[in-house]
Design a protein around this ligand. Structure first.
Ligand code: SF4
Length: 419
């Protein structure tokens, strides 16, 4: 299918295809950046376009040496990428949540948008009802919304990243109100498309004064949900931000592979939301906001995680509780077998399953296929931290004992290679 066939308003015949990245340049990419279909917690991710000019100072592309790549390039043609997605072993029609262009570009950049719509149309034409997550901070027009609204089957969620940060060194896009305008446009035209205000990153001293928090919450007044989260504090983006003279409230000892959101900051955010008077529900987890916005239970099984659901609407809590079923060993074995992980040691606990020797990318498809949390004994979750960096959380002795018990039971298996 070509873009002309799609009949997308404003794109059609004059749309320019992005250039393919030369093979020698692709060979030099970090393996993570070169991965076209990979698993993330919020879904199976399709990323066959990399390169972004928006220059957000905290961008995760710093981690993989790709931040200086400002022009979007295709890694493979979009038709091929679609095929790679739907033939991936972790893809289950109607079940697997999918993210499009969530790693290395913005899906609504002018050159990228035709490819986004091509992917969505191709999946929708197959009748798939999967969740589709599209994360952007760029311009969304009424015509764009008409394209999204024309889809018949996919459950599309637009997650509009808006932090309220006004420091252009951190977010150059902050000098315009592009994202706020996009939020308003999306909210005004949504019927079957869900719209989530993605409030991130929240960093003490950057955007945590009461006026900024109230402003962001007000921006989410007409969204279906607000999801809030912290900032990835790692050496590469720390060095970049400091080189610009930006002050961070964290030091080198605080680097962590998970996002930072202390108990105190979590409480501040929740209090600001309660005080705001808006009716939009607030969520700590992306999949919770996405599920709620489509009238569905959370697909990551967070109902099994203590302390996450206290801010969730009662109706949604009932929905998640009803959908939350502890897998039988037979059901788990079947999923492990399907994904090629037969023999991986596991322990089924209340609210989660411990495994050993599986990477994040390998655990997430199990989690999505079962709707149940899959935890690794080598990188455990602790009560209250909710899968975040331990900075600013108190870890109880009971939690440590539970991890040790699980570790003792599971023999460490050889790590499986990422697919
Ligand atoms: S009830 Fe809990 S798991 Fe379900 S959407 Fe709400 S916060 Fe998430």
């Amino acid at each position: 299918m070509t873009l002309v066939d799609l009949g997308i308003p404003g794109i059609g015949r004059t749309a320019k295809q992005l250039p393919l990245m030369p093979a020698d340049e692709q060979a030099g990419l970090d393996p993570y950046m070169a991965t076209i279909v990979g698993y993330r917690k919020s879904g199976l991710s399709l990323n066959h376009i990399i390169g972004c000019p928006l220059d957000c100072g905290y961008c995760v592309r710093h981690f993989w040496g790709n931040f200086d790549d400002k022009s979007p390039h295709l890694l493979v043609p979009t038709e091929q990428a679609i095929d790679m997605l739907i033939t991936h072993p972790g893809f289950e029609p109607h079940v697997t949540p999918v993210q499009v262009f969530n790693k290395a570009t913005d899906p609504f950049l002018p050159g990228v948008k035709p490819h986004l719509f091509q992917v969505l149309t191709a999946l929708d034409e197959r009748g798939y009802t999967n969740h589709i997550l599209v994360i952007t901070r760029f311009k969304i027009t009424a015509e764009d919304m008409a394209v999204l609204e024309s889809l018949q089957h996919l459950r599309v969620t637009l997650l509009l990243t808006y932090s309220g940060i006004r420091d252009e060194r951190i977010e150059p896009i902050a000098k315009s109100d592009i994202t706020l305008t996009s939020l308003r446009t999306a909210a005004a035209h949504k019927q079957r498309t869900a719209v989530v205000l993605y409030w991130r990153p929240i960093v003490p001293g950057w955007n945590t004064d009461p006026a900024t928090m109230a402003h962001v919450l007000d921006a989410g007044r007409d969204a279906d949900a607000i999801v809030f989260t912290g900032y990835y504090h790692q050496e590469a983006n720390d060095a970049y931000l400091r080189s610009l003279g930006v002050e961070l409230p964290f030091g080198p000892d605080d680097y962590h592979r998970r996002k930072t959101m202390s108990d105190e900051l979590d409480a501040t955010v929740v209090a600001a939301w309660r005080a705001s008077g808006i009716n939009t529900p607030l969520f700590r987890k992306t999949s919770c906001g996405v599920g709620y916005a489509h009238g569905a239970a959370d697909y990551n099984g967070h109902w099994g995680v203590p302390g996450l659901c206290d801010i969730c609407p009662a109706k949604q809590q009932r929905r998640c509780a009803a959908a939350h079923t502890t897998p039988t060993p037979a059901a788990l074995d079947a999923v492990l077998g399907r994904l090629g992980f037969t023999g991986v040691p596991y322990r089924i606990d209340e609210g989660h399953i411990w495994v050993s020797g599986l990477t994040e990318m390998q655990r997430y498809p199990i989690q999505h296929l079962l709707g149940f949390q899959i935890w690794n004994v080598d990188s455990p979750h602790f009560d209250g931290a909710h899968g975040r960096s331990p900075l600013g959380h108190t870890i109880g002795e009971t939690d440590l004992a539970a991890v040790e018990a699980a570790k003792a039971e599971l023999t460490l298996a050889a790590r499986y290679e990422d697919d």
